[in-house]
Design a protein around this ligand. Structure first.
Ligand code: HSE
Length: 315
């Protein structure tokens, strides 16, 4: 067993337009870090000794914190009962941003326990722990935690039983993320999603989701972009984001191949197959938030993270 580990859980873009709760992808360069060490006098419990980068907003109580819930469940799955684990969580992601902040913390924490124990369980064995943690704070959905853990794109064809299919991201896929200066709680944003839809909406979204998956497997980024087309969730959530349709139109005008809400929002994501274009799209979106909503926003240009949860250092 290791004495000390530091791990990383990446940010994720969930839904990808038509894939509400069914599809997400990990993105590079943004995420949360967790450090973990043993407390020898224990009984298999998780303690959180500090959280940084959260402006004091997150509770240290491990039962009320996504990192604590995930780590506790991971420790139970691995079967440690004779000592405790002490965690420190370093938030790199803004909360309520639509970038899978709770999932990144949960993933980094569960992976920290796995790596501290030097467990030989496959990554997938931690998925139930992550799903439980996500459910504790936002809802029963795996489209952030699965790609955060496994890397690349993750598709969830079934929740009962839970099944996840992983597909690496195409090389030439560039992602522009623009987060306006507001936050939205995922729990609240799930309340506005319709619980009943028409057959027309079903065929619209199922068709585009199928198109998305086949295009992804073919590495056809322009075709993927066209499949970012959602008749159910985006229209229901658009009003939560000031000037949503104007900013989306600006992204498409600047050359984006597709654009929608990242997870529960308010971050918007836009895809392209050229880095310069991805930056031009970011500029257009930021400018439109400023002029149409009088709102500051933060742009990021990134690519898919095909690795997922990882060990940063250990002793
Ligand atoms: N599928 C979830 C939702 C993702 O849209 O509510 C939340 O990050």
């Amino acid at each position: 067993m290791r004495k000390h580990v530091e791990t990383w859980g990446p940010a994720t873009v969930a839904n990808w337009g038509p894939g509400y709760d069914l599809m997400g992808a990990a993105v590079s360069g943004m995420g949360d870090r967790v450090t973990a060490r043993w407390e020898p006098n224990g009984t298999g419990q998780i303690q959180i000794e500090a959280i940084t980068g959260d402006q004091g907003k997150l509770p240290l109580d491990p039962e009320k914190n996504t990192a604590g819930v995930a780590a506790q469940e991971a420790l139970r799955i691995i079967g440690v009962t004779d000592k405790d684990v002490v965690l420190t969580l370093h938030k790199g992601l803004p909360m309520g941003s639509g970038l899978g902040s709770s999932s990144a913390s949960a993933t980094a924490a569960a992976w920290a326990v796995h790596q501290l124990c030097e467990s030989d369980l496959p990554r997938e064995a931690l998925l139930p722990a992550l799903l439980k943690a996500e459910a504790a704070v936002s809802g029963w959905h795996a489209d952030n935690v699965a790609p955060a853990l496994l890397g690349g794109f993750a598709f969830i064809p079934s929740y009962e039983p839970l099944e996840v299919l992983q597909v690496p991201g195409p090389n030439e896929l560039w992602i522009t993320l623009v987060k306006p200066d507001i936050s939205i709680s995922t729990r609240d944003a799930r309340q506005v999603v319709p619980t009943e839809i028409s057959l027309k909406q079903h065929t619209h979204n199922a068709g585009h989701l199928g198109g998305m998956l086949i295009s992804l497997c073919r590495g056809d980024v322009p075709r993927m972009g066209r499949a970012i087309n959602d008749s159910i969730v985006e229209p229901a959530r658009a009003s939560l984001i000031p000037a949503f349709y104007e900013v989306k139109a600006a992204a498409l005008e600047a050359g984006a191949l597709g654009c929608s809400i990242s997870g529960a929002g308010p971050t918007l994501f836009a895809v392209s197959n050229d880095e310069n274009k991805a930056h031009a799209i970011a500029d257009a979106m930021v400018e439109t938030f400023r002029t149409q909503a009088q709102m500051d926003s933060t742009p990021t240009v990134t690519v898919i993270d095909n690795e997922g949860a990882r060990l940063l250092q250990s002793s």
